[in-house]
Design a protein around this ligand. Structure first.
Ligand SMILES: [Zn+2]
Length: 238
């Protein structure tokens, strides 16, 4: 097929843009896939679960403490009440009975106080762990936000440079004769469509032409396109 050498050389520019466009498209899809973002999202889900579990334990402990403290109140009231009865009693049988009850009430009170103390200690450590988890959650959330906005910025940049390459390619293609551009596009849909011939090497498939194939290419008139017998790319000879 006939094509002016200048038009053939133009194919190299188009091929360069095609390479750039392919790289740009890869970059955009890599960013859209957002693997790092998915990792950070998983991390946030884990720390959030830890936080929720600790907050739950904290609430349960607070509830238990309220119950124990209510029980303590009633025991104390009963002790005070028994004390009044004791002071007013004259019958030794009554006094014995009340004193017996007072002893068991005081034991109960001491048990409840121990329980309350134990629960308060547990609450302290759970609260500290919950505060840590809350902190971790805030940090994981900030890291995710940062990554999301930086990926957003990179995506804007990658898309705009891709669109620039596509425009520049279109400008070059518009200069080509229709027939040549049709051949180029057909080849480009399968791989590298045009490449420089350097010594005997095809720049597209990187394979050296055989001596006979090289002689054929060299013998092809300059205003006719020559192709690589191996990959069919148009070989630019200047
Ligand atoms: Zn080749």
């Amino acid at each position: 097929m006939k094509a002016l050498p200048a038009m053939q050389a133009l194919l190299l520019d188009v091929a360069d843009f095609d390479l750039e466009i392919a790289r740009g498209q890869q970059e955009v899809s890599r960013l859209l896939k957002g693997e790092h973002i998915a990792l950070l999202r998983d991390e946030l889900a884990v720390v959030n679960e830890q936080f929720l579990a600790l907050r739950n334990s904290e609430e349960n402990l607070q509830q238990e403490i309220r119950k124990v403290s209510g029980d303590l109140d009633s025991v104390e009231k009963r002790i005070a009440h028994d004390q009044v009865l004791l002071n007013a009693s004259t019958s030794s049988k009554d006094i014995d009975g009340i004193e017996h009850e007072l002893r068991s009430l005081r034991q109960r009170k001491s048990d409840l106080e121990d329980t309350e103390l134990g629960l308060l200690e547990q609450l302290d450590s759970v609260r500290a762990a919950r505060l840590d988890a809350e902190d971790n959650k805030a940090k994981a959330s900030a890291a995710l936000n940062d990554q999301e906005s930086s990926v957003e910025a990179l995506l804007v940049k990658a898309r705009s440079s891709l669109s620039l390459s596509q425009q520049q390619r279109a400008t070059k293609v518009a200069l080509l004769p229709a027939e040549l551009s049709a051949v180029y596009e057909r080849l480009a849909s399968r791989g590298v469509a045009a490449a420089r011939l350097t010594a005997r090497d095809c720049g597209a498939c990187r394979i050296a032409l055989t001596a006979a194939a090289y002689d054929d290419v060299v013998a092809t008139p300059a205003d006719e396109i020559a192709t690589c017998p191996n990959c069919q790319a148009i070989l630019i000879r200047q």
